[in-house]
Each structure stands twice: as structure tokens, then as C-alpha cells.
Design a protein around this ligand. Structure first.
Ligand code: IMP
Length: 421
């Protein structure tokens, strides 16, 4: 059995948490391979809502091993808080969770730097989640960050944090003209996280490879979406990792050929949080607001209202191609009920290059095909045969534009609201 990757096909927030929870019913291992506390994976069980930021969504299944892979940037303070909240609800976190010794640590100063660098960019700001993601990945590539293994020795950890802070404070004061961060303001809280995180430290790569040798089922849980990829997204309005299938091998430390299935998650429309081009955005306030309200489109991590727009078949095709999706899951199909007409972008005019230049997307004019809407409430449908004809036609069009079979359609936020094809 190979690794099953579950990947956001758009700009994140496609509903990966719910889909991972659905598949983790039969999974032995669920492993996150990139990103950090910028993710907000929302899962509903009955009517109770869980928002997970760093802990893989498999934690809601009591026998699933949940790994934070080496491709992640792990915030130990946030992680200890998240684990505490889950333990209060009765989850067996300490038995289930493993944290890669070679993931990198997000330190308090990384979050400060995220905030001040965004402020310095003024109207060019990326619109980050301010969780310290960019500064930590920058330090990782500059070989300046502290890996999780730095926690192993208390004295050396303190020395390493102090040395790193000296460098980071030079940036804060000399580049950004800000006051320095004082170790005493955060040290006690940071040091206390050792007690929670140390027992969880493991070698994720070896664990996953061993699980595969034992024919166990392994899910690689993506965060964000492929259009936010550092290399293949709408740079510079991107995150600092590889959210797509290509990130799985290096993010977990496994051979690329071990990934045998990759499910692309797409909303039936599009959303984006933060800045950056969005060709099919409904900039007309009323229409965008209607989609936002119907889909409850507010960020799970930051609470920011999400920008909303129609499905973009050009970007969908691009995403499916570079991720090699073997199958597709469409989420939030229920949100489109009661829209009389559903436009879908089928091409761009005014492209300045003969290839799809994601860095110049704000210059394109999308053209649309129009699909008939449906009035029926589909949230209780148990099979696709119960779907209205107009939705089936729309799903067929999505499938053709994505070039991979749609296997699952999600029809509401709850665990049970999912229909298999
Ligand atoms: P960062 O990952 O916090 O550095 O933010 C970079 C960009 O990625 C910003 O546009 C964020 O809004 C976006 N982003 C980061 N995490 C998520 C997510 O989980 N869902 C959607 N967008 C995200």
C-alpha cells in the first residue's frame, strides 16, 4: 500500500480537514508534510466543531498515529496549547502524536518578524497569517533556524535561542526600526513546552517507511493549496512551502514513488484569503457577500473574511496537471444551491505570454461558461443519484476541466455529509 496524499487544489480552505477525517477512518497513519500553524483544518463531529492548526486531522480517530513531518515548521507554544485543548476533550494526544526531530521550530521572534515585515511592505503586503511561517522557512534555508532536535538538551536549547535572538533582534532594530524582543518576555513559556513536545519527538521518515513496509495505510495531509506553492503559485503572494503532491516526498522523507494516490480537493467555487491575484473574484460586493455568507467563508486561523469567486477551470487544469491528481473531491457543492446561474471560468483573454504565467494573473480577463443552478437542498443526499440534474451537469464540467474522476462530493460540514461516486 502506498501513501495517499490529500491536497488542496486551489488557494487553501478547500475542506481538507473534513476529507482527511473521512479517509482516516481506515488510516493507520496521518502525516502533515509542510506548513505550520498557518493551517486551520475544521472538522465537525455531530455539531461540535474542531479547528486543528498543527495536529493532523487523524487525531479525531483514536487509533490513528498522527505525525508532524520534517517539512513542517512547528510552533511549540501553539502546539502545546493545541494538545492541551484536545486532551481536555479526551483525545489521547500523547500516545498518538509524533513530531519530526528534523522539523524546524517557529520561535516567538519569527512571529514578530512576520508582523513587522508585513507592516513594512504597506500596500505590497502578502496578507500572511502572521504565524511566523515565512521568517522560519527563511531561517531554515539560511541554515539559521533551530530544529526540533534542539529541544533535546535544555542548556544548549537556551543558548541556541539566545544566539538566534541576537541575530533576529538586529533585524528587528536595524532593518525594521523596532524595539528588540527580550528573552525574559517569552523564555518561561517556551521552555515549558519542552515537557509537552519532548516525549513526542520521533523520526517521521523511518516511521512512515516502516508503516508502508508493514502494509499499513498512510495519509499525507496537505495544508494550504497548490496555488500558494512557493515555486508554482502566485508568487510572491504565496506561502513558503510546497502544499502540493510534490511536497510530500521531501516533507516526509520518503521516496517519491511511495505516493500512489493523490486526491485533489476543490471547492465547487473559489476562495482566497490574503492578497494576490484572483481572476474570478466577485469584486461586486453583493454577489461576493452572498457566496461568503452561504459558505461561511471566514478564515479558520485568522477569522478574516475570505475573498470569493467562481470556479476557475484554467487554474484547476494547471493544479490537476502539476499535482498528478488520481481523483478529485468536490467540497461545498451545497453552497451553490439556490444560485440561479453558476458561471465557470473556461479560459483567459489578454494573456501576455504563451504559457500560463501565474505571476501575471492580475492582467487576465476570464471568460465564462454559464451553468443552470438548482433550488434543491442537497445536504441530506446520500448518493449522487439523488442529486438534481443541474448539479450533475455542473460536476461533469468540473470533471472535464480537472481531467481526473470525481470520487467524492461533500454536501455539508458534518462528517456524515459526504457522497461517494
Ligand atoms: P503565511 O503562510 O502565513 O506566510 O501566508 C502566506 C499566504 O498564504 C497568505 O495569503 C495567507 O492568507 C495564505 N495562507 C496561509 N495559510 C493558509 C490556509 O491555511 N488557508 C488559506 N490561505 C492560507
Amino acid at each position: 500500500m502506498g501513501v495517499h496524499a490529500i491536497v488542496g487544489g486551489q488557494w487553501g480552505d478547500e475542506g481538507k480537514g473534513k476529507v482527511v477525517d473521512f479517509f482516516s477512518d481506515s488510516a493507520d497513519v496521518v502525516a502533515r508534510y509542510q506548513g505550520g500553524a498557518n493551517a486551520g483544518h475544521t472538522v465537525f463531529i455531530d455539531t461540535e466543531q474542531f479547528i486543528l492548526h498543527q495536529v493532523p486531522s487523524g487525531i479525531l480517530r483514536p487509533d490513528t498515529r498522527c505525525l508532524l513531518g520534517p517539512g513542517m515548521v512547528v510552533d511549540p507554544v501553539e502546539l502545546a496549547g493545541e494538545i492541551g485543548r484536545l486532551r481536555d476533550k479526551g483525545f489521547r494526544c500523547m500516545q498518538q502524536i509524533g513530531v519530526a526531530y528534523n522539523a524546524q521550530l517557529v520561535l516567538p521572534v519569527h512571529k514578530r518578524l512576520d508582523g513587522v515585515s508585513e507592516a513594512a511592505l504597506k500596500d505590497q503586503a502578502i496578507g500572511t497569517t502572521q504565524r511566523g511561517i515565512g521568517p522560519t522557512y527563511s531561517d531554515r534555508y539560511a541554515r539559521r533556524s533551530l530544529p526540533v532536535s534542539a529541544l533535546l538538551d535544555a542548556d544548549r536549547f537556551k543558548e541556541a535561542v539566545k544566539a538566534h535572538l541576537e541575530y533576529a533582534n538586529a533585524l528587528l532594530t536595524k532593518i525594521y526600526g523596532q524595539p528588540p524582543l527580550v528573552m525574559a518576555d517569552f523564555w518561561d513559556e517556551l521552555a515549558a513546552t519542552r515537557e509537552v513536545v519532548l516525549p513526542l519527538v520521533t523520526d517521521v521518515s523511518t516511521e512512515v517507511i516502516q508503516a508502508l513496509r508493514e502494509d499499513k495505510s498512510v495519509i499525507a495531509e496537505g495544508a494550504q493549496g497548490v496555488l500558494l506553492d512557493i515555486d508554482f503559485g502566485t508568487y510572491p503572494y504565496v506561502t513558503s512551502s510546497h502544499p502540493g503532491t510534490i511536497g510530500v516526498a521531501s516533507g516526509l522523507g520518503i521516496p517519491p514513488a511511495a505516493v500512489t494516490r493523490s486526491t485533489g480537493i476543490f471547492k465547487a467555487y473559489c476562495t482566497r484569503v490574503g492578497e494576490g491575484p484572483f481572476p474570478t473574484e466577485l469584486t461586486d460586493h453583493e454577489a461576493g457577500e452572498r457566496l461568503r455568507k452561504a459558505g461561511n467563508e471566514y478564515g479558520a486561523t485568522t477569522g478574516r473574511p475570505r475573498r470569493c469567486g467562481w470556479f476557475d477551470g484554467v487554474l484547476g487544469d494547471f493544479s490537476a496537471r502539476i499535482n498528478g491528481f488520481t481523483d478529485i473531491c468536490i467540497t461545498k457543492a451545497d453552497v451553490l444551491s439556490q444560485f440561479r446561474e453558476i458561471p465557470m471560468c473556461t479560459g483567459y483573454e489578454d494573456q501576455s505570454t504563451d504559457f500560463l504565467n501565474l505571476h501575471a494573473l492580475d492582467e487576465v480577463t476570464p471568460h465564462y461558461a454559464s451553468f443552470e443552478g438548482w433550488d434543491d437542498d442537497i445536504s441530506g443526499c446520500e448518493s449522487m443519484s439523488e442529486f438534481p440534474e443541474a448539479l450533475l451537469i455542473y460536476l461533469d464540467a468540473l470533471e472535464s476541466s480537472l481531467g481526473a474522476p470525481i470520487r467524492i462530493v461533500s454536501t455539508g460540514p458534518e462528517r456524515s455529509q459526504i457522497v461517494r461516486k
